[in-house]
Design a protein around this ligand. Sequence first.
Ligand SMILES: *Cc1c(COP(=O)(O)O)cnc(C)c1O
Length: 366
Amino acid sequence: MKWKQPLLSLKPYQPGRTIEAVKKQFGLDHIVKLASNENPFGCSPKAEAVIRNFTPSLALYPDGYATELRDAVAQHVKLKPEQLIFGDGSDELIQIISRALLRPGVNTVMATGTFSQYKHNAVIEDCEIREIPLIEGAHDLPSMLEAIDENTSVVWLCSPNNPTGVYIKSEEIYEFLSKVPEDVLVVLDEAYYEYVHADDYYDSISLVKQNKNLIVLRTFSKIYGLASLRIGYGIADEAIIKALDPARPPFNVNAVGQAAAIEAIRDQDFVEKCKQTNIKGLQQFYQFCKEQQLKYYPSHGNFILIEFGCDGNEVFEFLMERGFIVRSGVPLGFPNCVRVTVGSREQNDGVISKMKEFLAAKATLS
Ligand SMILES: *Cc1c(COP(=O)(O)O)cnc(C)c1O
C-alpha cells in the first residue's frame, strides 16, 4: 500500500482501561473510573429525559447543519449561528482544522505536555511540528510566539491545559493574540472552560470578536456529561467557519446527541452545581497533597496532576488493583505523575485513601 509515511509510525489513541476489563482482570466487583475527566454526576436530568424519550426515526439521517442545536448554542454564547461549527466531539474539529490547514511545507506550533490530538493529527498531515515545553504546567506564550514564522499555519493553545489544569492568564493571551500574524489560525481548546473558577480568566467570546484568526473549541463531553454522544463545537469569525465547513463530513453530529445537547446547554443550574462541587473536590486533593508534601498543579479543570516522585505507572497499577482507574502520567509526558479526575466526595476520599496506602507502602520499603 502507498500509505502516508508518517501514519506508519503512529499508534491508535490509547484510551483509559475500561471498567469491565479491570473488573475481570482483578476479580473486583466495584470499580471507580477517574481516568478520562468524565462528569461523575452524569448529565442534566433534562438532557437525560430527552434521550430516554427520543422518538425520531433512527433510519433517518440527523440534521447535517444541527440547526436547533446551533441556535441554542448561539443564544448561549450570544453570537451568530454562522459563527459555529459542530463536530463529532471536539476531537473531530481538531481533525477538520488539521486537514484544512496542515500539509508538508507548513509548520504548526503547540505546547508539549498538552492534549495529544494536536500532534497526532499534525503527524498524519505530515507537516513540521514545533513543540514548546510548558513552564510549571503553563503555556510559554512568548516562546510559542518566537516559534512562529512565515510558514506557520496553526497554533494550538489549551486552557485550562490538559493534563496540568493550568490556565492561560488574561494579559498573556491578549499580548499573544495581538502579535500573532493574521494569517495564522490560533486554536484555543477550552474543553474545561465551564470548570474555570479564576477571577482573572479572559472572556474568550470577546476574544473571538476581536480576533479574526481565533477559533475556540468547547465540548459537551466534560461538564455537560455527554461524552458518549460525541458533540463539540467551534466558535470563530464567520469567514473561518465558512472555510472549515466543507472539510466537515455531512452528517457528523448524531441526532440523539443534538437533542440532548440542546437541553444540556439550557440547564445552566446543573452546570453551576457541578462546577461548585468540583471546586470542593479539588480542595480534597490539595489538602491530601499538602499533608503528604506532594507537588501538584493548581487545576481549573475537573482533574489534578499529582507528582509522586516515582514511576507514574507504578501508582497507576497500585490503584487499579484496588479498584480505582486513574491515568498514568507516563503517556502524557509526566512520567512521575498520575492524573486523577475529580469524582464525587466519596470517590475522592476513596482514591485518596488508596494513594495514602501507596505512599505508606513506599515509605516502609525505602
Ligand atoms: C476531552 C478533551 C477533548 C475532546 O473532547 P471531545 O469533545 O469528547 O472530543 C478535547 N480537548 C481536550 C483538551 C480534552 O481534554
